[in-house]
Design a protein around this ligand. Structure first.
Ligand code: S3P
Length: 200
């Protein structure tokens, strides 16, 4: 289905969102940047890519940061940059695959955002990441084994996201529509919960 959200629905979503960010999480290759960018366009919101902001702040590519300073340094910068970005909502914020694994980042997202997990299967992730080789974690002898390990470790944490959407091998716009519908449902549920609370 490729039905557009009505202007009224978009307005409602904006109202419910307030200053919160829609934060896209998921593994490398899940489509976070592409889906996030299109989602932002559809909602008339700013799109920000956390990895690009980290690169801008460091004046280096992520591969260079990993190579020169190591992963812990990158993670620390990632946490700080995301904390800063979360103060500038509303927006759509795409995060790097490891960001949500940090407890402080998860808490900040819980407070200032709505987390949307783009969940994808191993074959789909591998198909997507094979096209590009800029990701330091996948510069390994067996990138598929690395990805499998990351899925095992991260999916149980990613599943704490507010919304989960299956990222399939179909045009990204269909996934964007899925996200929009799920967001509408999510904010409606939130408002009915707060109404019940205020009635009680
Ligand atoms: C990483 C994912 C990358 C990038 C870095 C580490 C990870 O972002 O942040 O290479 O730990 O999964 P993408 O998920 O956008 O590729």
């Amino acid at each position: 289905m490729n039905k557009r959200l009505s202007a009224k629905s978009v307005e409602h979503l904006h109202e419910r969102l307030g200053n919160r960010s829609i934060v896209i999480i998921g593994l490398m290759g899940a489509g976070k940047t592409t889906v996030g960018r299109r989602l932002a366009e559809r909602l008339g919101l700013r799109f920000v890519d956390a990895d690009a902001e980290i690169e801008k702040a460091a004046g280096r590519s992520i591969a260079e940061i990993f190579a020169e300073y190591g992963e812990p340094y990158f993670r620390d910068g990632e946490r700080k940059v995301i904390a800063r970005l979360l103060g500038a909502g509303p927006q759509v914020l795409a995060t790097g695959g490891g960001a949500y694994m940090n407890e402080a980042t998860r808490k900040a997202i819980e407070e200032y955002g709505i987390a949307v997990w783009l969940k994808a299967s191993l074959p789909l992730l591998m198909k997507r990441v094979r096209r590009r080789s800029h990701r330091p974690l996948l510069r390994a002898e067996d990138p598929e084994a690395v990805m499998r390990e990351l899925m095992d470790k991260r999916y149980p944490v990613y599943c704490g996201a507010d919304i989960s959407i299956e990222s399939r091998d179909i045009p990204h716009n269909i996934i964007v529509n899925d996200v929009l519908r799920a967001l509408m449902r999510y904010v409606c549920d939130e408002s009915s919960v707060s109404e019940t609370e205020s009635e009680a």
